[in-house]
Design a protein around this ligand. Structure first.
Ligand code: NZQ
Ligand code: ZN
Length: 388
């Protein structure tokens, strides 16, 4: 059954090798003063920065540089960006990078003119913006988060040991997004495969919830099959345009709000992964990979029918002569095998966690109630221990 919903995705998305040509026209819709936000320098090495800057100049923009957005952007960097945006009265924030840079740009857009502490308002109390919002646009260089077409913004508070996401409304989504699959060719393999797993995880967080017959779940299965197929090709040949373009498009659909419409969702893997991230600053996709198998094996009995469907529809597990439990477990084994093929990090020890940190990571883990089992504190600790 599809529940009630209102669907609106306001991001205008330009996809393909020619997508960067649309940047100038998009820029012309906004005022003269543009804040250019980017990460640690990859865009300068691969030439994307030079291309974007040329377009900004050709569009007659005054550019205010805001580099150095780190993976897992922090509240401290957010404050720095707000200062640049406010003091220069920017008309647009152009984020060039991956999820970290785009998430950060969204946070700056709602915080630059916020009279309260943005961390408390948005990431602790989950309130909606009441101040002026600066529009953002983006040029995506790393695939995985879906940040290019959603309202998600994940910020880390290192002092509080918390990494929390706020899902903002349509007014905070990027106004436009430029997606050229070729821009992702230079992403290092570790980041590339972490992004692939992030995509699968986003789909699973929405798929592994509820037991009704729901169109969104059929879409989710198609997206997962496409991802698994293309990921194997991209692993062998990272510059295979067909595979990388399919993955880029899959990532967008995995988390642009479509497949969550009219159904319940889980997101507990992300809560566990983000807690690990808050304590280790590890790569997002790897934190998810490291906790996923223990979590799914733990909740499998509570969502057996769906895990069975996942095994047969997505991993092609033959069902004949097997119990539902056997089918479901074989599905998870097939998923685990694929994860190992990609070279994902399969435990949190490798990400810097030691047993003495488990209780503190459990303290940082938010508990969701849309999955097959609402976790108790003891279960969170047990899953984290099993992830070591
Ligand atoms: O900083 P630079 O030098 O650009 O290097 C980056 C960074 O080190 C590099 N990179 C990106 N594009 C590249 C490239 N290197 C070479 N060539 C390119 N074309 O890749 C590294 C990782 O970048 P990052 O932006 O951190 O990765 P990702 O896109 O995975 O973003 C992760 C962040 O997004 C949040 C995560 O929690 C994390 O903070 N998420 C956002 C979501 C959302 N908005 O809905 C949902 C996700 O679940 C996720 O939580
Ligand atoms: Zn994610």
């Amino acid at each position: 059954m599809i529940g009630n919903f209102v669907y609106c995705n306001p991001t205008r998305l330009h996809f393909g090798k020619d997508a960067p040509n649309a940047l100038r026209e998009e820029l012309q819709r906004y005022g003269k003063r543009v804040m250019l936000s980017y990460g640690g320098g990859s865009i300068k090495r691969n030439g994307i920065y030079q291309t974007v800057l040329a377009e900004l100049r050709a569009a007659g923009k005054e550019v205010f540089e805001d580099g150095g957005v780190m993976p897992n952007p922090t509240v401290e960097k957010l404050a720095e960006g707000c200062k640049i945006a406010r003091e220069n009265e920017v008309d647009l924030i152009l984020a060039v990078g991956g999820g970290s840079t785009i998430d950060y740009a969204k946070a700056v857009s709602v915080s630059a003119y916020c009279s309260e502490d943005p961390w408390d308002k948005y990431f602790v109390r989950f309130e909606e913006p009441t101040c002026k919002i600066i529009p953002i646009g983006c040029v995506l260089t790393m695939v995985g988060t879906g940040s290019e077409m959603n309202g998600g913004s994940v910020i880390t508070n290192p002092a509080a040991k918390l990494k929390i996401g706020h899902v903002f409304g349509a007014e905070v989504f990027p106004k436009f997004a430029i997606l050229n699959p070729e821009y992702t060719f230079t992403v290092p393999k570790y980041q590339m495969v972490a992004g692939f797993f992030d995509i699968l995880s986003h789909i699973l967080e929405q798929y592994l919830s509820g037991e009704d017959d729901n169109t969104s779940d059929y879409i989710a299965e198609g997206l997962m099959r496409s991802l698994i197929h293309s990921s194997r090709i991209a692993l062998q040949n990272p510059t295979d345009y067909e595979a990388r373009s399919n993955i880029m498009w899959t990532a967008t659909w995995a988390l642009n709000t479509l497949i969550a419409q009219g159904k319940t969702t889980d997101w507990e893997v992300h809560m566990l992964g983000q807690a690990v991230g808050a304590h280790t600053d590890a790569t997002h996709g790897m934190t998810l990979a490291a906790v996923s198998m223990p979590y799914y094996r733990h909740i499998l009995p509570y969502g057996l029918a769906k895990f069975c469907r996942y095994a047969t529809h997505v991993w092609n597990v033959p069902a004949e002569g097997k119990t539902p439990r056997q089918i479901a477990e074989e599905g998870l084994c097939a998923m685990e095998q694929w994860m190992k093929e990609l070279g994902l990090v399969m435990n949190i020890t490798e990400l810097g966690v030691d047993p003495s940190m488990i209780e503190a990571i459990a303290d940082s883990t938010l508990v969701m109630d849309g999955g097959y089992k609402v976790l108790t504190r003891e279960e969170i600790v047990a899953i984290l221990k099993a992830s070591l």
